[in-house]
Design a protein around this ligand. Structure first.
Ligand code: ADP
Ligand code: ZN
Ligand code: ZN
Length: 740
């Protein structure tokens, strides 16, 4: 709304999304001049209650919009941007996400901003340099210690210092501005170059095989409209090559491509694959960046300077003026779903965004999620299969090892050990997977069977041996000293049972003294750069045993691995979560994907106490797609997602009865309001009932009609938040991925 002159007695107003856990936006007043300048999608500094916060303008109210005289409007403190930093499309996307996930708009919008902008730093922060004008100003700043400090720092750098560096050194922008007013220093703006860099090919594309060709053509046919594709092809079948060739075409049109990868997948190897194909500006957006680097990358994306945006989950909200294609690689990966706070799924947001921007969305995986297969079944997504493994690589064979009858050493079947030795002697590498960190999951007294349990959780302590012997709870982080004797019977023989990666590392070192054992888990890679070092070692053609957790199973290219082993497949088969078998099947196929990517045929061994399990047998005798087909049928028969839509309420407090009573009472209300069209399970105690000293209870809501489910939940949920005791924590998870 543009108005040329101030009208008398008019209160000019903007609506602001404020970063607080409240579901509304709030109106603020501003002067006529400010109103003229204000842009939807720009930031404002405001006071809210007693806090000073940074909000984003979501609407400019018409000057004659009705004004409720009973509400005392606050004035905004300051307009922070003279232009929108979030464009209309991204604001629509965020508004939709806020409604879909029923999470406060102010917080949703915050999640789309880089930290520095969230903190209210100037948009052009990285181009701002402060220079000293007066180097004899001590007398002018006698009364302010802060100004004296800032002055000292400025004096050290006579040629000027970037504002973000000054901020890092503890000099606040407000202090610099105060010095500027006194004529002591000035702010110089360097020109920031946001012009797009021309795109050219750095490398010729490979000649696509017939499957790849068909996939590329189908996607390109849809390049100016929304269509979703599932690129279903085994590891090494050339999915990345398909992305690259489609991208080539989209980039040539001057459009931007957004590529999302799992958290752990954004390795230097991934990046270099894109860099070696295209000469263009690539913006990287992941959690490992410092704040300035992140702002820089975000701005390159937001201004159109970057042509390829490669990022993890939250990059899906980056404003992109020219979006022409969205690619989501390893679409089954759980890291695309945020598991706390604003619990969105980047895959679902990507599909909606493609629809909003009218561009194709490509989801790729060797083990597509059952959710995606269901979309294919309903005709909402087109499936493109890649059935040839590029080059000469063959699919590895899967073998089941029955632990009930097998001879074992250190919990590993003798036969597996022999196979491992054969491979190592041939100078090949072996990958051993175990999803349990630490030394041992249980510490038990040999005399009275006492077990070391975390005092705050319903869980055993894990025994760790490095950097010193201790007990660690993996659920709440509590660390205890290793007891010297049993607290129950004073017996001094305490035994570690079960195996974690650290124990298997010891065993393997003992069993294979001539070979390197390389352990990859959160404990061994916690230092910066250590993962890279390990990775470089793996890429050398030297025999070695790679031992690790999830980190090892994902997307990496290990050319010398010919044997993969999963030491304990049963933990995945026994879980109560209805998605557990899906995840286990994905794990087996992903581990298989690591084995035999090179010239040599690979084998995968699964250790189990339940060799008759149907899942294992489908995977061995048939394949993942067959498994997926069966699973779809089972879910349909059981009316589980994706055949019904789910929402999960998590409730937590110090008193389980309080949780149960509260949930029960509200379940009753929902039953009445929805006329029994929502199926309610629970309340039931969470799989881990007590965690960090607090009790957890769950309630699952299911319905075949998503719109109705969301409709009924909306008011009911707000009402619940309103009525909950202050000591209780509640969260709502729309389309939950994990029932824990
Ligand atoms: P995925 O992404 O499905 O794991 P990639 O695209 O990484 O598969 O391909 C696996 C390997 O095969 C890579 O080394 C790649 O260079 C090669 N490759 C892919 N497509 C072709 C092709 N059409 N011709 C020759 N080699 C190919
Ligand atoms: Zn004892
Ligand atoms: Zn604990």
């Amino acid at each position: 709304m543009q108005v040329s002159a101030p009208a008398p007695n008019t209160v000019y107003r903007v609506r602001v999304a404020v970063p607080v856990y409240l579901y509304d936006c709030f109106d603020y007043s501003l002067s006529f001049e400010q109103y003229q300048q204000a842009q939807i999608g720009a930031r404002v500094a405001i006071s809210f209650g007693r806090q000073n916060l940074i909000g984003v303008i979501t609407d400019k109210l018409a000057p004659d919009a009705p004004l409720d005289p009973s509400i005392k409007l606050k004035a905004i403190t300051e307009l922070l941007d003279d232009q929108a930093i979030l464009d209309g499309k991204v604001l629509s996307l965020l508004t939709w996400a806020s409604q879909y996930y029923q999470f406060p708009i102010g917080e949703v919008i915050q999640s789309a901003l880089p930290a520095l902008l969230r903190q209210g730093k100037p948009y052009n922060l990285l181009a701002r340099t402060w220079k000293l004008l007066d180097d004899d100003a001590e007398s002018k700043i006698k009364r302010s210690e802060r100004q004296q400090e800032a002055y000292k720092v400025l004096k050290l750098h006579p040629s000027g210092t970037a504002e973000n560096l000054l901020n890092l050194a503890g000099v606040e922008t407000a202090t610099l501005k105060a010095l500027e007013k006194k004529g002591i220093c000035e702010c110089v703006l360097d020109a920031q170059d946001f012009s797009p860099m021309p795109v050219s090919m750095a490398q010729m594309p490979l000649t696509a095989n017939p499957d790849q060709k068909k996939a590329i053509e189908s996607i390109l046919k849809a390049r100016k409209k929304y269509q979703a594709f599932l690129l279903d092809g085994l590891t090494g079948s050339g999915k990345t090559e398909v992305y690259l060739q489609v991208m080539q075409d989209v980039l040539k049109q001057g459009k931007q491509v957004l590529v999302l990868v799992p958290e752990i997948g954004l390795t230097p190897q991934t990046i270099s694959r894109f860099q070696s194909r295209f000469h263009c500006n690539i913006a990287l957006l992941h959690s490992g960046l410092n704040d300035s680097k992140r702002l820089q990358a975000w701005q390159a994306a937001q201004t159109g300077k970057a042509s390829i945006i490669l990022g993890t989950r939250s990059a899906i909200f980056t404003p992109l003026p020219n979006l022409g294609l969205i690619v989501l690689d390893e679409e089954h990966d759980l890291s695309f779903k945020q598991q706390e706070g604003f619990r969105y799924h980047a895959r679902d947001i990507a599909l909606y965004r493609g629809h909003l921007e009218q561009c194709p969305v490509v989801l790729g995986s060797a083990t597509p999620s059952i959710d995606s297969y269901a979309l294919v079944q309903n005709g909402k997504m087109s499936c493109l299969e890649l059935n040839q493994r590029a080059g000469s690589a063959l699919m590895p064979k899967i073998h089941i090892l029955d632990l009930k009858v097998a001879q074992k050493q250190h919990g590993i079947s003798q036969m597996l050990l022999e196979e491992m030795k054969k491979r190592l002697d041939k100078k090949e590498q072996v990958l051993v997977f175990l999803n349990r960190r630490g030394y041992a999951p249980v510490l038990i007294c040999e005399s009275c069977a006492w077990q070391a349990k975390c005092p705050h959780c319903d869980a055993n302590f894990t025994v760790h041996r490095t950097p010193y012997q201790h007990l660690h709870c993996h659920h709440c982080g509590t660390i205890h000293r290793m007891p010297s004797h049993c607290p129950q019977c004073s017996h001094t023989e305490l035994k570690s049972i079960g195996m974690g990666t650290a124990k298997v590392e010891d065993s393997l070192n003992e069993l294979f003294p001539d070979y390197d054992v390389i352990r990859v888990d959160r404990d061994s890679t916690s230092r910066v750069g250590s993962w890279q070092k390990i990775y470089d070692k793996i890429q050398k053609s030297e025999p070695a045993i790679l031992l690790g957790t999830q980190m090892l199973a994902k997307g990496h290219h290990f050319p010398y691995v010919t044997l993969g082993a999963i030491l304990d497949i049963d933990s995945g088969l026994l879980s109560v979560d209805f998605r557990a078998t899906e995840r286990t099947a994905q794990l087996v196929v992903q581990v298989a994907g690591r084995a035999g990517r090179g010239e040599r045929k690979g084998d995968v061994y699964l250790q189990t106490l339940r060799p008759e399990h149907p899942l294992l047998n489908t995977l061995v005798q048939e394949d993942y797609r067959q498994f997926a087909k069966q699973t779809l049928k089972e879910r349909q028969a059981a009316l589980m997602p994706p055949f019904r839509y789910a929402a999960l309420i998590r409730c937590e407090s110090k008193d389980q009865k309080l949780n149960t009573d509260f949930l029960q009472q509200h379940a009753q209300l929902l039953r009445q309001n929805s006329e029994h069209s929502v199926d309610i399970w629970g309340p039931i105690p969470a799989p881990m009932e007590r965690k960090a000293g607090r009790y957890q209870s769950h309630m699952v809501l299911l319905s075949a009609d998503r719109a109705r489910l969301h409709f009924y939940i909306r008011h009911w949920w707000l009402n619940m938040l309103h009525q909950k005791p202050s000591t209780m924590k509640l969260s709502l998870d729309i389309d939950p991925q994990e029932l824990s």
